[in-house]
Design a protein around this ligand. Sequence first.
Ligand SMILES: NC(=O)c1ccc[n+]([C@@H]2O[C@H](COP(=O)([O-])OP(=O)(O)OC[C@H]3O[C@@H](n4cnc5c(N)ncnc54)[C@H](OP(=O)(O)O)[C@@H]3O)[C@@H](O)[C@H]2O)c1
Length: 284
Amino acid sequence: MRVLVTGARGMLGRDLCDILSGGHEVTGVDIEQGDITDAEVARRLMADARPQTVVHCAAYTDVDRSESEPDDAFRVNADGAGNVAAACRDAGCAIVYISTDYVFDGRAERPYKENDAPAPLGVYGASKLAGERLVREATPRHFVVRTSWLFGAGGRNFVDTIIGLAQDRETLEVVNDQVGSPTFTRHLSRGLARVIESDKFGTYHASNAGSCSWFDFAREILRAWGDSRTRVVPVDSARLGRPAKRPALSVLDTTLFRSTFGFPMPHWKDALAEYLELKRRSAH
Ligand SMILES: NC(=O)c1ccc[n+]([C@@H]2O[C@H](COP(=O)([O-])OP(=O)(O)OC[C@H]3O[C@@H](n4cnc5c(N)ncnc54)[C@H](OP(=O)(O)O)[C@@H]3O)[C@@H](O)[C@H]2O)c1
Protein backbone atom coordinates (compact mmCIF):
# COMPACT_ATOMS: atom_id res chain seq x y z
CA MET A 1 0.00 0.00 0.00
CA ARG A 2 1.20 3.56 -0.68
CA VAL A 3 1.14 5.50 2.60
CA LEU A 4 1.83 9.19 3.16
CA VAL A 5 2.96 10.14 6.68
CA THR A 6 2.78 13.84 7.61
CA GLY A 7 4.90 15.12 10.49
CA ALA A 8 7.44 12.47 9.44
CA ARG A 9 10.33 14.25 11.18
CA GLY A 10 8.46 14.32 14.50
CA MET A 11 8.62 11.88 17.40
CA LEU A 12 5.83 9.57 16.23
CA GLY A 13 6.36 10.22 12.51
CA ARG A 14 9.91 8.89 12.51
CA ASP A 15 9.11 5.56 14.12
CA LEU A 16 5.94 5.22 12.09
CA CYS A 17 7.79 5.67 8.78
CA ASP A 18 10.39 3.15 9.92
CA ILE A 19 7.84 0.52 10.96
CA LEU A 20 5.45 0.97 8.02
CA SER A 21 8.36 0.78 5.57
CA GLY A 22 8.62 -2.92 6.46
CA GLY A 23 5.46 -3.68 4.49
CA HIS A 24 4.42 -0.57 2.58
CA GLU A 25 5.62 2.07 0.15
CA VAL A 26 5.98 5.02 2.54
CA THR A 27 6.45 8.70 1.75
CA GLY A 28 7.22 10.90 4.75
CA VAL A 29 6.69 14.65 4.58
CA ASP A 30 7.19 17.43 7.08
CA ILE A 31 7.22 21.22 7.07
CA GLU A 32 10.23 21.27 4.66
CA GLN A 33 8.13 19.54 1.97
CA GLY A 34 5.16 21.82 2.56
CA ASP A 35 2.99 23.59 5.11
CA ILE A 36 -0.32 21.75 5.48
CA THR A 37 -2.08 24.92 6.65
CA ASP A 38 -2.14 25.81 2.94
CA ALA A 39 -4.90 23.75 1.27
CA GLU A 40 -3.14 23.88 -2.12
CA VAL A 41 0.05 22.52 -0.56
CA ALA A 42 -1.88 19.69 1.10
CA ARG A 43 -3.35 18.77 -2.30
CA ARG A 44 0.07 18.95 -3.96
CA LEU A 45 1.61 16.64 -1.34
CA MET A 46 -1.17 14.15 -2.06
CA ALA A 47 -0.78 14.45 -5.83
CA ASP A 48 2.97 13.82 -5.58
CA ALA A 49 2.74 10.77 -3.31
CA ARG A 50 -0.57 9.30 -4.62
CA PRO A 51 -1.20 7.52 -1.30
CA GLN A 52 -4.01 5.09 -0.54
CA THR A 53 -3.83 6.09 3.14
CA VAL A 54 -2.51 9.17 4.92
CA VAL A 55 -1.39 9.02 8.54
CA HIS A 56 -1.60 12.62 9.67
CA CYS A 57 0.89 13.18 12.50
CA ALA A 58 1.84 16.80 11.71
CA ALA A 59 0.69 19.04 14.52
CA TYR A 60 1.40 22.03 16.71
CA THR A 61 2.32 20.06 19.84
CA ASP A 62 3.60 22.63 22.34
CA VAL A 63 0.83 22.39 24.94
CA ASP A 64 1.95 25.40 27.02
CA ARG A 65 2.88 27.68 24.12
CA SER A 66 -0.49 27.09 22.45
CA GLU A 67 -2.10 29.03 25.33
CA SER A 68 -0.37 32.21 24.12
CA GLU A 69 -0.49 31.27 20.42
CA PRO A 70 -4.03 29.91 19.99
CA ASP A 71 -4.33 31.04 16.37
CA ASP A 72 -1.22 29.10 15.40
CA ALA A 73 -2.39 25.99 17.26
CA PHE A 74 -5.82 26.09 15.57
CA ARG A 75 -4.33 26.88 12.15
CA VAL A 76 -2.19 23.73 12.25
CA ASN A 77 -4.24 21.32 14.36
CA ALA A 78 -7.68 22.19 13.05
CA ASP A 79 -7.42 23.92 9.65
CA GLY A 80 -4.34 21.91 8.64
CA ALA A 81 -6.03 18.63 9.52
CA GLY A 82 -9.14 19.77 7.63
CA ASN A 83 -7.00 20.52 4.56
CA VAL A 84 -5.34 17.11 4.63
CA ALA A 85 -8.69 15.36 5.15
CA ALA A 86 -10.31 17.27 2.26
CA ALA A 87 -7.37 16.36 0.01
CA CYS A 88 -7.81 12.72 1.08
CA ARG A 89 -11.52 12.82 0.22
CA ASP A 90 -10.82 14.33 -3.21
CA ALA A 91 -8.12 11.73 -3.90
CA GLY A 92 -10.32 8.84 -2.68
CA CYS A 93 -7.90 7.92 0.07
CA ALA A 94 -8.34 7.13 3.78
CA ILE A 95 -6.96 9.25 6.62
CA VAL A 96 -5.72 8.36 10.09
CA TYR A 97 -5.78 11.46 12.30
CA ILE A 98 -3.68 11.20 15.46
CA SER A 99 -5.44 12.89 18.35
CA THR A 100 -4.91 13.20 22.07
CA ASP A 101 -6.12 12.37 25.58
CA TYR A 102 -6.12 16.15 26.18
CA VAL A 103 -9.52 16.40 24.46
CA PHE A 104 -10.91 15.24 27.84
CA ASP A 105 -11.18 17.31 31.03
CA GLY A 106 -9.86 14.53 33.26
CA ARG A 107 -12.73 14.60 35.75
CA ALA A 108 -13.80 11.02 35.02
CA GLU A 109 -13.20 8.32 37.59
CA ARG A 110 -12.52 5.57 35.05
CA PRO A 111 -10.60 5.37 31.75
CA TYR A 112 -12.18 7.36 28.90
CA LYS A 113 -14.12 5.53 26.22
CA GLU A 114 -14.35 6.77 22.63
CA ASN A 115 -17.90 8.07 23.03
CA ASP A 116 -17.31 9.95 26.31
CA ALA A 117 -17.95 13.67 25.89
CA PRO A 118 -14.77 15.64 25.18
CA ALA A 119 -14.25 18.88 27.12
CA PRO A 120 -10.69 20.12 26.63
CA LEU A 121 -9.13 22.22 29.39
CA GLY A 122 -6.69 24.08 27.16
CA VAL A 123 -6.07 25.45 23.69
CA TYR A 124 -4.02 22.47 22.49
CA GLY A 125 -6.80 19.98 23.34
CA ALA A 126 -9.44 22.29 21.86
CA SER A 127 -7.49 22.67 18.63
CA LYS A 128 -6.98 18.90 18.31
CA LEU A 129 -10.69 18.34 18.98
CA ALA A 130 -11.56 20.87 16.28
CA GLY A 131 -9.24 18.89 13.98
CA GLU A 132 -11.11 15.67 14.81
CA ARG A 133 -14.41 17.30 13.85
CA LEU A 134 -13.10 18.67 10.55
CA VAL A 135 -11.64 15.26 9.64
CA ARG A 136 -14.96 13.51 10.39
CA GLU A 137 -16.89 16.09 8.37
CA ALA A 138 -14.52 15.88 5.39
CA THR A 139 -14.61 12.15 4.79
CA PRO A 140 -16.28 9.00 6.13
CA ARG A 141 -13.05 7.12 5.39
CA HIS A 142 -11.36 8.33 8.55
CA PHE A 143 -9.80 6.90 11.65
CA VAL A 144 -9.38 9.22 14.63
CA VAL A 145 -6.83 7.56 16.91
CA ARG A 146 -6.40 9.23 20.30
CA THR A 147 -3.21 8.45 22.15
CA SER A 148 -1.36 9.79 25.20
CA TRP A 149 1.98 10.71 26.80
CA LEU A 150 4.17 9.70 23.85
CA PHE A 151 7.84 8.90 24.20
CA GLY A 152 10.19 7.77 21.47
CA ALA A 153 13.63 8.28 20.04
CA GLY A 154 12.65 10.91 17.50
CA GLY A 155 11.97 13.88 19.75
CA ARG A 156 12.22 15.61 23.09
CA ASN A 157 10.44 13.36 25.54
CA PHE A 158 9.82 12.98 29.26
CA VAL A 159 12.06 9.91 29.63
CA ASP A 160 15.13 11.66 28.21
CA THR A 161 14.31 14.82 30.16
CA ILE A 162 14.22 12.96 33.48
CA ILE A 163 17.44 11.07 32.75
CA GLY A 164 19.12 14.32 31.64
CA LEU A 165 17.99 16.30 34.70
CA ALA A 166 19.08 13.52 37.05
CA GLN A 167 22.66 13.92 35.84
CA ASP A 168 22.93 17.38 37.44
CA ARG A 169 20.44 17.30 40.31
CA GLU A 170 20.03 15.25 43.42
CA THR A 171 16.29 15.93 43.71
CA LEU A 172 13.61 16.22 41.04
CA GLU A 173 10.12 17.58 41.69
CA VAL A 174 7.53 15.83 39.53
CA VAL A 175 3.75 16.25 39.48
CA ASN A 176 1.71 13.56 41.14
CA ASP A 177 -1.80 14.79 40.38
CA GLN A 178 -1.99 13.90 36.68
CA VAL A 179 -2.53 10.27 35.77
CA GLY A 180 -2.26 8.84 32.26
CA SER A 181 -0.72 6.11 30.14
CA PRO A 182 2.81 6.61 28.81
CA THR A 183 2.97 5.31 25.26
CA PHE A 184 5.99 4.22 23.23
CA THR A 185 5.93 5.51 19.66
CA ARG A 186 7.18 2.16 18.30
CA HIS A 187 4.29 0.29 19.94
CA LEU A 188 1.74 2.81 18.73
CA SER A 189 3.25 2.57 15.25
CA ARG A 190 2.80 -1.21 15.26
CA GLY A 191 -0.83 -0.69 16.23
CA LEU A 192 -1.27 1.90 13.47
CA ALA A 193 0.13 -0.61 10.99
CA ARG A 194 -2.93 -2.76 11.79
CA VAL A 195 -5.25 0.24 11.49
CA ILE A 196 -4.23 1.18 7.96
CA GLU A 197 -4.85 -2.37 6.74
CA SER A 198 -8.45 -2.25 7.94
CA ASP A 199 -11.61 -0.52 6.75
CA LYS A 200 -13.19 -0.32 10.20
CA PHE A 201 -13.32 3.46 10.15
CA GLY A 202 -14.14 5.38 13.32
CA THR A 203 -12.67 6.75 16.53
CA TYR A 204 -10.32 4.66 18.69
CA HIS A 205 -8.18 4.97 21.81
CA ALA A 206 -4.66 3.53 21.62
CA SER A 207 -2.06 3.77 24.37
CA ASN A 208 0.23 1.41 26.22
CA ALA A 209 -1.57 -0.58 28.94
CA GLY A 210 -1.60 0.44 32.60
CA SER A 211 -1.44 3.95 34.03
CA CYS A 212 0.61 6.08 36.40
CA SER A 213 1.23 9.66 37.47
CA TRP A 214 4.19 11.62 36.03
CA PHE A 215 5.80 11.12 39.46
CA ASP A 216 5.40 7.31 39.25
CA PHE A 217 6.69 7.44 35.68
CA ALA A 218 9.79 9.44 36.69
CA ARG A 219 10.57 7.03 39.54
CA GLU A 220 10.25 4.02 37.24
CA ILE A 221 12.44 5.70 34.59
CA LEU A 222 15.27 6.23 37.09
CA ARG A 223 14.86 2.76 38.62
CA ALA A 224 14.95 1.07 35.22
CA TRP A 225 17.89 3.26 34.12
CA GLY A 226 19.81 2.14 37.20
CA ASP A 227 19.85 5.50 39.00
CA SER A 228 19.27 4.87 42.70
CA ARG A 229 20.86 8.17 43.78
CA THR A 230 18.38 10.79 42.52
CA ARG A 231 15.40 11.47 44.74
CA VAL A 232 12.03 12.11 43.08
CA VAL A 233 9.65 14.29 45.09
CA PRO A 234 5.91 14.39 44.34
CA VAL A 235 4.38 17.87 43.89
CA ASP A 236 1.02 19.36 42.83
CA SER A 237 0.63 20.82 39.34
CA ALA A 238 -0.17 24.20 40.91
CA ARG A 239 3.38 24.39 42.25
CA LEU A 240 4.84 24.31 38.74
CA GLY A 241 2.46 27.01 37.50
CA ARG A 242 2.56 25.97 33.85
CA PRO A 243 0.41 28.01 31.44
CA ALA A 244 -1.80 25.12 30.26
CA LYS A 245 -4.08 23.16 32.55
CA ARG A 246 -3.81 19.39 32.10
CA PRO A 247 -6.41 16.70 32.84
CA ALA A 248 -6.09 15.00 36.23
CA LEU A 249 -6.98 11.62 34.78
CA SER A 250 -6.58 11.03 31.07
CA VAL A 251 -6.26 7.26 30.93
CA LEU A 252 -7.81 5.94 27.71
CA ASP A 253 -9.90 2.76 27.59
CA THR A 254 -8.32 0.82 24.73
CA THR A 255 -10.72 -2.15 24.68
CA LEU A 256 -12.21 -1.20 21.30
CA PHE A 257 -8.82 -0.78 19.66
CA ARG A 258 -7.68 -4.18 20.93
CA SER A 259 -10.84 -6.02 19.86
CA THR A 260 -11.07 -4.30 16.48
CA PHE A 261 -7.44 -4.52 15.34
CA GLY A 262 -6.29 -7.53 17.38
CA PHE A 263 -3.31 -5.64 18.71
CA PRO A 264 -2.86 -5.69 22.50
CA MET A 265 -0.60 -2.76 23.40
CA PRO A 266 2.07 -3.86 25.94
CA HIS A 267 2.20 -2.44 29.50
CA TRP A 268 3.90 0.96 29.77
CA LYS A 269 6.65 -0.49 32.02
CA ASP A 270 7.58 -3.00 29.30
CA ALA A 271 7.42 -0.19 26.75
CA LEU A 272 9.77 1.89 28.88
CA ALA A 273 12.19 -1.03 29.30
CA GLU A 274 12.26 -1.53 25.52
CA TYR A 275 12.89 2.17 24.91
CA LEU A 276 15.70 2.29 27.51
CA GLU A 277 17.32 -0.76 25.94
CA LEU A 278 17.35 1.03 22.57
CA LYS A 279 18.71 4.16 24.25
CA ARG A 280 21.54 2.19 25.90
CA ARG A 281 22.43 0.49 22.63
CA SER A 282 22.43 3.75 20.67
CA ALA A 283 24.78 5.29 23.27
CA HIS A 284 27.44 2.66 22.45
N1 LIG B 1 3.64 13.97 22.10
C1 LIG B 1 2.61 13.49 22.80
O1 LIG B 1 2.72 13.20 24.00
C2 LIG B 1 1.26 13.27 22.13
C3 LIG B 1 0.21 12.75 22.89
C4 LIG B 1 -1.03 12.53 22.27
C5 LIG B 1 -1.19 12.82 20.92
N2 LIG B 1 -0.15 13.34 20.20
C6 LIG B 1 -0.35 13.63 18.78
O2 LIG B 1 0.48 12.73 18.06
C7 LIG B 1 0.94 13.36 16.85
C8 LIG B 1 2.45 13.26 16.78
O3 LIG B 1 2.99 13.92 17.92
P1 LIG B 1 4.56 14.13 18.09
O4 LIG B 1 4.83 14.32 19.53
O5 LIG B 1 5.28 13.09 17.30
O6 LIG B 1 4.72 15.56 17.38
P2 LIG B 1 6.03 16.35 16.99
O7 LIG B 1 7.26 15.58 17.40
O8 LIG B 1 5.87 17.76 17.45
O9 LIG B 1 5.97 16.29 15.40
C9 LIG B 1 5.03 17.02 14.66
C10 LIG B 1 5.68 17.41 13.34
O10 LIG B 1 4.73 18.17 12.58
C11 LIG B 1 5.44 19.25 11.97
N3 LIG B 1 4.56 20.37 11.65
C12 LIG B 1 4.12 21.35 12.50
N4 LIG B 1 3.39 22.25 11.82
C13 LIG B 1 3.34 21.83 10.53
C14 LIG B 1 2.74 22.34 9.36
N5 LIG B 1 2.04 23.47 9.38
N6 LIG B 1 2.91 21.68 8.20
C15 LIG B 1 3.64 20.54 8.15
N7 LIG B 1 4.24 19.99 9.23
C16 LIG B 1 4.10 20.63 10.42
C17 LIG B 1 6.43 19.65 13.06
O11 LIG B 1 7.45 20.47 12.54
P3 LIG B 1 8.17 21.52 13.56
O12 LIG B 1 8.86 20.70 14.60
O13 LIG B 1 9.08 22.27 12.67
O14 LIG B 1 7.05 22.35 14.14
C18 LIG B 1 6.92 18.28 13.54
O15 LIG B 1 8.00 17.78 12.77
C19 LIG B 1 0.38 14.79 16.90
O16 LIG B 1 -0.79 14.83 16.13
C20 LIG B 1 0.06 15.01 18.36
O17 LIG B 1 -0.97 15.95 18.51
C21 LIG B 1 1.07 13.56 20.78
